[in-house]
Design a protein around this ligand. Structure first.
Ligand code: ADP
Length: 213
């Protein structure tokens, strides 16, 4: 299995504060890795850094074989990141939001319909503006945009939050399928029981340091 993420003594700072204070860990292709840890531990910072959204202050960091210190743009284009905000265009419909991403990767209408089905979004919702969706439907829509992107690395910050029981099950099924199709998943969650059943490995994050759980 090839290495998808490799951090060695990696430091990430906000202003002068080291939110990640020398993280050393690696993730191999096909893993589903859970980041556990209390609020403020550094989980979101790690996920955002892996997505190429934050500069690396010190140490080494590569994602999908690309050096984050020299080329974050390439990493940004290759990973699928779901943060606390859904990253959707509120004034566009569900189909338009998913279609935006599908076109970028050459996927078609069938792929949009399949992504909606996988995330339990009924066909009726395809023409509804995101601003008119419920919070859970928005989360499902954001996850559907990740499905059509077919990213090699999925980075998910508390993906179960805001979903109902069916939505959480559909998400877990989707992540397992993505992994079966060759993707790697790293996610942060406070739903420890569900998350542990899904993960193939767990890391404990505390005070900006990463350790085996
Ligand atoms: P977690 O996701 O584990 O709850 P975060 O990665 O969000 O933790 O935060 C790690 C630390 O970095 C916290 O102390 C937090 O206050 C700080 N932090 C996060 N984002 C910022 C920011 N934009 N500016 C300054 N400090 C931040």
């Amino acid at each position: 299995m090839s290495e998808v993420i490799s951090f060695v003594d990696t430091v990430i700072v906000y202003d002068n504060f080291p939110a990640v204070a020398g993280a050393t860990f690696s993730v191999a292709s096909g893993e589903i890795v859970l980041l556990q840890g209390p609020n403020g531990a550094g989980k979101t910072t790690l996920l955002r850094a892996c997505a190429g959204l934050l500069p690396i202050a010190r140490g080494k960091a590569t994602v999908l074989g690309v050096d984050l210190k020299s080329d974050r743009a390439t990493v940004r284009s290759q990973v699928g990141m779901l943060g606390h905000s859904n990253g959707l265009y509120q004034d566009l419909t569900v189909a338009e939001n998913i279609g935006f991403w599908s076109r970028l990767v050459g996927a078609g209408n069938d792929d949009i319909a399949q992504a909606m089905r996988l995330m339990g979004l009924s066909e009726r919702l395809s023409e509804v503006k995101v601003s008119n969706l419920s919070a859970g439907q928005r989360r499902r829509c954001a996850l559907a945009t990740l499905i059509v992107r077919r990213a090699r690395l999925w980075l998910l910050d508390e993906p179960h939050a805001g979903l109902d029981a069916d939505g959480r099950d559909e998400l877990d099924k989707t992540l397992r399928s993505a992994r079966d199709a060759g993707a790697t998943v790293v996610f942060a969650s406070h739903e420890i029981e569900r998350a542990k059943a899904l993960a193939t490995r767990s890391f404990k994050v505390e005070g900006g340091v990463v350790g085996e759980a």
